[in-house]
Design a protein around this ligand. Structure first.
Ligand SMILES: NC(=O)c1ccc[n+]([C@@H]2O[C@H](COP(=O)([O-])OP(=O)(O)OC[C@H]3O[C@@H](n4cnc5c(N)ncnc54)[C@H](O)[C@@H]3O)[C@@H](O)[C@H]2O)c1
Length: 283
């Protein structure tokens, strides 16, 4: 199969590695040149880790993974390549308006047979499916981070998704040693609403997800549900403002200067002490 993957950040890289490792041709694009730097090396690194974890005995795995990845720096080249793909997979920022505008512009240019997958953690797939113009072919394939090492994938169909699209995603992912399961289309789906199966504590996981993504997810879940319990905590806003994104910037809830031995940080500098503090943090 052939995949067109848009977004080469934390999750995009994981999915590119996963697909390439399994022998699929992958075309990747990101609007940020910085995000495209080191993509192939990161994917080869993931292949090595996955081989170790899942006991894959294939000395060619790294070279095959590398050979299957095509990185595009120009949007028009990526779109041209996506026209020959089976799946268009968006893995860009968790921002409903951004995703919708990209989908509205790009997906109608692709042949009708191309499936549309989204890796969103929380957004309404009914809305994304309509924006793509092909809701029958639309489905959330929500991977867990890091994708090549985690088996669970939430599949979330929209009301118009055809059973064939669900089956196609399920079969494709099962072939790749994943354990796909269908979850409801409600804010946070199953995993982010109930925090199932997290292999590490909340704060370390939050660092891996990164504070900007956590903030976007919290905002989207709050806006979609109006549930005050889901309102983003001020500490998260302050962390984002301070560049405390997680391992990528060396600090988050943990100090990541030694990535093998992260140490919990003293978070008192982010604490809200007065009402003025709170309104300041949210500006
Ligand atoms: N981080 C996690 O642990 C995690 C887990 C599950 C799902 N997700 C979901 O995966 C998606 C991506 O999250 P992430 O953590 O990889 O974020 P990220 O910030 O690491 O990467 C997002 C990438 O999208 C790119 N991008 C933004 N607008 C674009 C555009 N118009 N065209 C092309 N590229 C564009 C950015 O440059 C960036 O590299 C989100 O929907 C998020 O909710 C994240």
């Amino acid at each position: 199969m052939k995949f067109a993957i848009m977004g080469t950040g934390v999750m995009g890289r994981g999915w590119i590695a996963q697909c390439a490792m399994c022998g699929h041709e992958v075309h990747a694009y990101d609007s940020s040149a910085g995000a495209l730097t080191g993509v192939v090396d990161a994917c080869v690194g993931f292949a090595g880790k996955a081989a170790k974890k899942f006991k894959i005995e294939d000395p060619q795995l790294a070279s095959k993974t590398k050979g299957n990845i095509h990185v595009h720096t120009k949007l028009e080249d990526f779109v041209a390549a996506a026209k020959g793909c089976d799946v268009f997979f968006e893995v860009i920022f968790e921002d409903l308006e951004l995703k919708c505008s990209v989908l509205r512009e790009l997906v109608p240019q692709l042949p009708d047979n191309v499936y549309f997958w989204s890796n969103t953690s929380s957004l309404n797939i009914d809305v994304l499916g309509e924006a793509s113009g092909r809701p029958k072919k639309a489905i959330v394939c929500h991977g867990m981070n890091p994708v090549p090492l985690m088996v669970g994938v939430e599949l979330v169909p929209c009301v118009k998704t055809s059973p064939e699209t669900v089956e196609h995603a399920r079969k494709t992912l099962q072939e790749r040693k994943k354990l796909p399961f269908v979850a409801p289309n409600s804010p946070g789906f199953g995993v982010n609403h109930t925090s199932l199966g997290h292999p590490q504590g909340t704060f370390k996981l939050s660092d891996f997800v990164s504070s900007p993504t956590m903030l976007r997810v919290a905002l989207e879940m709050y806006q979609a549900s109006s549930d005050p319990r889901l309102y983003p905590p001020a500490i998260l806003v302050r962390m984002v403002k301070d560049g405390a994104f997680g391992p990528a910037t060396g600090k988050g809830f943990y100090d990541w200067s030694d990535p093998r031995n992260p140490k919990p940080r003293d978070m008192s500098e982010y604490r809200v002490k007065t009402a003025e503090d709170l309104t300041g943090a949210l500006k």
